[in-house]
Design a protein around this ligand. Structure first.
Ligand code: C5P
Length: 292
């Protein structure tokens, strides 16, 4: 029996997602400040069998080539010219279609995990090349730091931990419905100002996160995709209004939604915010408090 390699697969939030315009290839140029969130799925890799055998605890997720983990494993084996099969089990905890990058993180963790299991046949650069072919958010998850991402999101500049966020905690809320990324981008066409953002906001925010306090930096959090998402789902706007009125240092929708996140000054302030939120909106929404 071959040994199993197990790895955590974290998620992310976008502290800023500034879309700069639509490109001839249909994607959008953007600048985004991405931050890892230590709330994780779990992946287990085993060598053997034939091809890629994926299993998952979440019955709604396909386990064939529609799943990014399956696609990442297939691309890895092909690039590394490996003819062995692999078994992969995905234990899902991160909500789906949530703007938290769960699926993208799973794909990156698969590339890193398989590369480790097979004795590092591919270089870091080769892993980045494969990641970019699988999706726009996957390169970020090949490393563990906060990062500035540009291009369509695949060009990563890692950054040191932000002093403004030291000791803080994320409070995450998923409302029970997902938002399709493709839908959010398509509907941005109706909001020209959000579609053609002013470049430079990311660097301005990064400077504040490095030198100012959390509230001053949080005032500059921005997400172009809120334009279509908050119009269609006003509940997400109400969440933010409530969180601000109840002491959140900052709040924003993450990625293409539907997750709303807030920053609290500490884990205990985050737990208090969660209690206040649940008293108002009920306990049906998925929530998590995660130290930065
Ligand atoms: O790259 P990824 O597969 O994650 O993107 C999902 C969808 O989001 C794309 O098919 C595209 O419609 C949209 N997208 C975009 N511009 C980006 C990233 C994603 O238009 N920079």
């Amino acid at each position: 029996m071959s040994a199993t390699l197990e790895r955590d697969s974290p998620c992310k939030v976008n502290l800023l997602l500034n879309i700069l315009g639509k490109r001839p290839d249909g994607y959008h140029d953007l600048e985004t400040v991405m931050h890892p969130v230590n709330y994780c799925d779990r992946l287990a890799f085993t060598r053997g069998g034939h091809g890629v055998q994926l299993t998952c605890n979440e019955p709604h997720l396909p386990v064939d080539s529609r799943n990014l983990v399956h696609r990442a494993a297939t691309a890895f084996l092909r690039a590394a010219k490996i003819s062995d099969g692999v078994g992969i089990h995905l234990e899902k905890r991160i909500p789906l279609a949530a703007g938290l990058g769960g699926g993208s993180g799973n794909a990156a963790t698969t590339l890193l995990g398989l590369n480790e299991m097979f004795g590092q046949p591919l270089s870091e650069m080769q892993l980045h090349e494969i990641a970019a072919t699988l999706g726009s958010d996957i390169n970020f998850f090949l490393q563990t730091k906060p990062a500035l991402a540009t291009g369509r999101g695949e060009k990563i500049t890692p950054l040191d931990a932000f002093p403004a966020m030291r000791g803080a905690a994320f409070f995450l809320i998923h409302p029970g419905f997902g938002i399709s990324t493709a839908w959010a981008y398509q509907n941005l066409a109706r909001f020209p100002a959000a579609l053609n953002g002013r470049p430079g906001r990311a660097q301005e925010l990064i400077a504040l996160l490095q030198t100012a306090g959390l509230t001053a930096a949080g005032a500059k959090f921005y997400n172009s995709l809120e334009a279509p998402a908050l119009e269609k789902y006003p509940l997400l706007f109400l969440f933010q209004e409530f969180l601000r009125a109840n002491g959140a240092a900052a709040t924003l929708m993450s990625g293409s939604g539907s997750t709303t996140f807030a920053l609290a000054e500490s884990a205990s302030a985050g737990e208090n915010l969660r209690e206040t939120f649940r008293a108002k909106f009920g306990a049906n929404n998925w929530t998590a408090v995660v130290p930065v």
